[in-house]
Ligand binder design. Structure first.
Ligand SMILES: Nc1ncnc2c1ncn2[C@@H]1O[C@H](COP(=O)(O)OP(=O)(O)OP(=O)(O)O)[C@@H](O)[C@H]1O
Ligand SMILES: Nc1nc2c(c(=O)[nH]1)N=C(CO)CN2
Length: 180
């Protein structure tokens, strides 16, 4: 692989904020997302600052497939952007993710939506995530976790309302909340 640009491989001197979007539509999605958030909480260089409620969402793109559960996790981290991508991919592997069909069903997808103010057009790690701005399955749970958030200077609440899949996003209660 060509050498990555320095701004993707340099660790910050102080924790910076980042936004992660999680999705699952294969296996026990609720448990898989729970385990991924716990793994983030357990990481020495990650501090989870907010976790959105779970969103049930209709699949966008790809073949016919089951609905997704999506969730957004806000973190502070001292990992470099590329190290955070490696962590995201490690979490996907831990959930036995198989990459075959583009936008096909998956046990776990972890996308980096933003990392501090870093802007990158590198295909290995594009920041902010190039498709997040059109995806209510990312924007709506993000707005639930942080109603003041902006993406590329636009309020996330506004982008979420404009996204084509906006009407498909439903908040779902967790198993714990449903337990008497
Ligand atoms: N911001 C980002 N977050 C996660 N992966 C990224 C990002 N930018 C580029 N990538 C690259 O995209 C590649 C493909 O990722 P993946 O298979 O998860 O795509 P996808 O989730 O199916 O589709 P999409 O990228 O539309 O969400 C990864 O190997 C990774 O190197
Ligand atoms: N509802 C929904 N649709 C998707 C999702 C996802 O997480 N949720 N992820 C995709 C590729 O990242 C493509 N389509």
């Amino acid at each position: 692989m060509d050498q990555l640009p320095e701004d993707l491989t340099t660790a910050p001197a102080h924790p910076v904020s980042a936004v992660l979007a999680l999705g699952s539509n294969l296996g026990d999605s609720q448990q898989i997302l729970h385990d991924a958030v716990e793994a983030l909480r357990a990481h020495a260089q990650v501090h989870v600052t907010a976790v959105s409620p779970l969103a049930k969402t209709a699949p966008v793109g790809g073949p016919a497939q089951p609905d997704f559960l999506n969730q957004v996790v806000l973190i502070d981290t001292t990992l470099a952007p590329y190290e955070l991508l490696e962590l995201a991919q490690k979490l996907e592997q831990a959930a036995a993710r198989v990459r075959d069909i583009r936008w096909g069903p998956r046990t776990l997808d972890v996308d980096i939506i933003t990392y501090d103010e870093v802007v990158s057009d590198h295909p290995v790690l594009t920041l902010p995530h190039p498709r997040a701005q059109q995806r209510a399955f990312v924007l709506t749970p993000w707005a639930w976790a942080d109603s003041e958030a902006t993406l590329n200077g636009v309020p996330v609440t506004q982008l979420a309302a404009q996204a084509d899949d906006a009407a498909t996003v439903q908040q779902v209660s967790t198993r714990q909340e449903g337990t008497p």
